[in-house]
Every structure is written in structure tokens, then in C-alpha cells.
Design a protein around this ligand. Structure first.
Ligand code: FUB
Length: 352
């Protein structure tokens, strides 16, 4: 079911700018050479004191640090958002993503007043994998414990999915010591169904049940049948990354991004089970500014919201007084609406 590009991305995440222009061989050779010579500085924002309170002033939501790939949950009436972080590129880097590191947890009881609880885990806290390369996380809560899943590059050829456990949604989280066996790739996303069964999704459009311990697979990952063949072979419509699963009126909604589509990046499909098969419904989100549509869809106090990130343009950085350089994405959210037949209305991005 997966196309050639998706299979490659299971082994090594390719920067957007490189996709389609580099040959696999050329890129891997460069990667091997650079992996031996790159000096990696552990970048983290220790100049800010946490927890830090701030007020939503329109989009972007977070303005003090890069806050990428928002993974959002509502637990006990509180919105929890987990983000990865972009850090400045350094000479010899493979792309803009080498130093992504240091997940932060954010919370809010009203979507206006927020707390950044600070760094909850960093690659330096892991006994495995390379420094940096901590891509989009996915959190879950089960039986009073909190779990944070993250894609982390074990070596230049393979992305593994790690998991850390905590007693509070604000952390601290402790890595279990080794990645989850039986699944690779990036963008782990956890969905817990009403019966308590947890499922893990990844960037190869696969899904697997998790064991009740939440740190082992209960089965081999299965491919997700999310669209008809003409969509799965369409370069600007097929699944590329950022799996997300949510439930609305008893139906299962599988959404993803195709970041090659200049107009619309968010697509979705509806089914009767977390495994699918799903009926493809098309686009529901325009392409966000300069970034991939990595999203979370959540209901809070009767209203649905879409959390996503944008890249910070020079104009936005000037406007917000952000002394940033390089590729630095930042979290935003907007209201999401459904039609009466359960389809999703096209999302509108707002600023003020
Ligand atoms: O942030 C790193 C990667 O970019 C994520 O894992 C992808 O989904 C995209 O947002």
C-alpha cells in the first residue's frame, strides 16, 4: 500500500526541500559523511524560568519558544499540549531538523491562560539514539500514568519510537530504556478508544494495538486502508505523514498531511473502526504558512479545535519581536466545525 517515498521515510526522514531532488544514494552518502563530522550543540532554552504563564494573544499561540508538532489532549477539563522544538541549524547539518530536541508540556483550563511547564524530556535523557532528532511526539494517559511517545533517530538509517512514562501530565517523564520493538518511523500518535484499548499510528500509515502496559505492541502493525487507489497514487493527495485519529459521533476519523500539496495539506477519511477501512473524504485544511500540516483535533467544552504549527516568516518574527533565525515552527490553533453529515468543514486559519 505504501509508495516508494513513504517506505524511504520509514528509514530516514527526508527534508521537504530535498524530496524529489536528491537521489536516495546521494543523500545517504552525504548523510554518512556528515554524521561523522557534525558538531552538535545541545540547544535548550534554560534562560527562561519555568513554569511560565502566558496569555493567548491570537495566533501564534506560543511566542517565547519554537513549539512544533502540537499533540493535544483534554484530561480532567484541562487542555494539554506537547510540542517538539526547532533549534538553529549548524554547519554540516543534514537539514533544518537535526537539533530538534527538548519536548515541552503546555496546559490551559480556558485556552486563553496557558502555562509552559518547561522541558519534560530531551535526547540527553535517553540511553539510546543520537543527540537531537526528537521529532513529533504523541502523548497518552492510561490508568493514572502518562506516556510520551517520540520518534528518535537510533542511527542514520533508522528512526525508532521511544516512550517515556510519568505520574503527571507535566512530567517528569522517564524513558523506558529502549525503543518500542516492532515499529519504526516517525510521528507516533496514540488513540485510546472508549473501551480503553490503545492504538499507535505512525508515518507509514500503519496502526497496531498496544498492550495494556502501553510500552509494547500487542500485534504487528497493519497498513491502513485510508483511500482508493487513485488517491494513494496521487502525489499531492496521498498519505505522507502526521497520522491523527479521533472519534466523532461514534465514527473514526483518520487524518494526515500531504505537504507537497500547495493548496491543501490536511486530508481525512472516516471509518467504523480504528483500523479502518476508511472512506476518503478529501481535504479539510489549507496548507499552513511554510510548514507541514502536523495537527491535533480535540474537543474542549463542546467546541472542536485544530492545533497545528506554522513556520515563522521574517515578517512574523519582526512583528512579534522574535530574534530567531533558521526554520522555527510555532504552535497555533483554530476552531474546527463539522457539517450535519459528519464531514469536516474547511478549516480557516486566523491570526488576531
Ligand atoms: O517536526 C519534524 C517533522 O516535521 C514531524 O515529525 C513531521 O510530522 C513534520 O511536522
Amino acid at each position: 500500500m505504501q509508495t516508494h517515498t513513504s517506505t524511504r521515510r520509514e528509514l530516514l526522514w527526508f527534508p521537504n526541500s530535498c524530496l524529489g531532488t536528491c537521489s536516495l544514494l546521494k543523500f545517504l552518502l552525504a548523510a554518512i559523511v556528515l554524521s561523522g563530522t557534525t558538531t552538535i550543540t545541545k540547544a535548550h532554552s534554560n534562560e527562561i524560568e519555568y513554569p511560565l504563564s502566558f496569555t493567548m494573544q491570537g495566533n501564534p499561540l506560543v511566542r517565547h519558544i519554537s513549539s512544533t508538532d502540537p499533540d493535544v489532549h483534554v484530561w480532567d477539563g484541562v487542555v494539554w499540549m506537547y510540542c517538539s522544538q526547532d533549534h538553529p541549524r549548524q554547519p554540516g547539518d543534514l537539514g533544518d531538523w537535526d537539533h530538534m530536541d527538548g519536548y515541552h508540556a503546555f496546559s490551559s483550563e480556558d485556552l486563553v491562560n496557558w502555562t509552559d511547564h518547561g522541558e519534560i524530556i530531551h535526547s540527553r535523557d535517553l540511553a539510546w539514539g543520537r543527540e537531537g532528532w526528537m521529532f513529533a511526539p504523541g502523548a497518552a494517559r492510561k490508568d493514572g500514568k502518562y506516556y510520551l511517545y517520540y520518534p528518535h533517530m537510533e542511527n542514520i538509517f533508522i528512526w525508532r519510537i521511544g516512550v517515556a512514562v510519568g505520574d503527571s501530565p507535566a512530567g517528569p517523564f522517564k524513558d523506558i530504556g529502549s525503543p518500542i520493538q516492532g515499529i519504526t518511523g516517525i510521528d507516533p500518535k496514540i488513540f485510546i478508544d472508549d473501551d480503553g484499548q490503545a492504538y499507535i499510528y505512525n508515518n507509514t500509515a500503519q496502526v497496531a494495538r498496544l498492550k495494556p502496559n502501553m510500552v509494547e505492541l500487542a500485534e504487528r502493525p497493519r497498513p491502513i486502508d485510508y483511500a482508493p487507489p487513485n488517491v494513494k497514487t496521487n502525489k499531492t493527495q496521498r498519505f505522507l505523514e502526521a497520522s491523527f485519529m479521533h472519534k466523532y459521533n461514534g465514527k473514526y476519523y483518520y487524518s494526515y498531511t500531504n505537504y507537497k500539496n500547495k493548496e491543501h495539506q490536511g486530508f481525512y477519511a472516516i471509518g467504523d473502526s480504528p483500523y479502518g477501512p476508511f472512506e476518503w473524504k478529501g481535504a479539510f485544511a489549507p496548507s499552513p504558512e511554510g510548514a507541514q500540516f502536523h495537527h491535533s483535533l480535540v474537543e474542549f467544552k463542546g467546541q472542536w479545535y485544530c492545533f497545528y504549527h506554522i513556520n515563522t516568516s521574517e515578517e512574523l518574527r519582526n512583528k512579534l519581536g522574535l530574534d530567531w533565525n533558521g526554520f522555527r515552527r510555532i504552535a497555533c490553533f483554530d476552531r474546527l466545525y463539522y457539517n450535519d453529515d459528519g464531514t469536516i468543514k474547511m478549516l480557516s486559519y486566523t491570526r488576531e
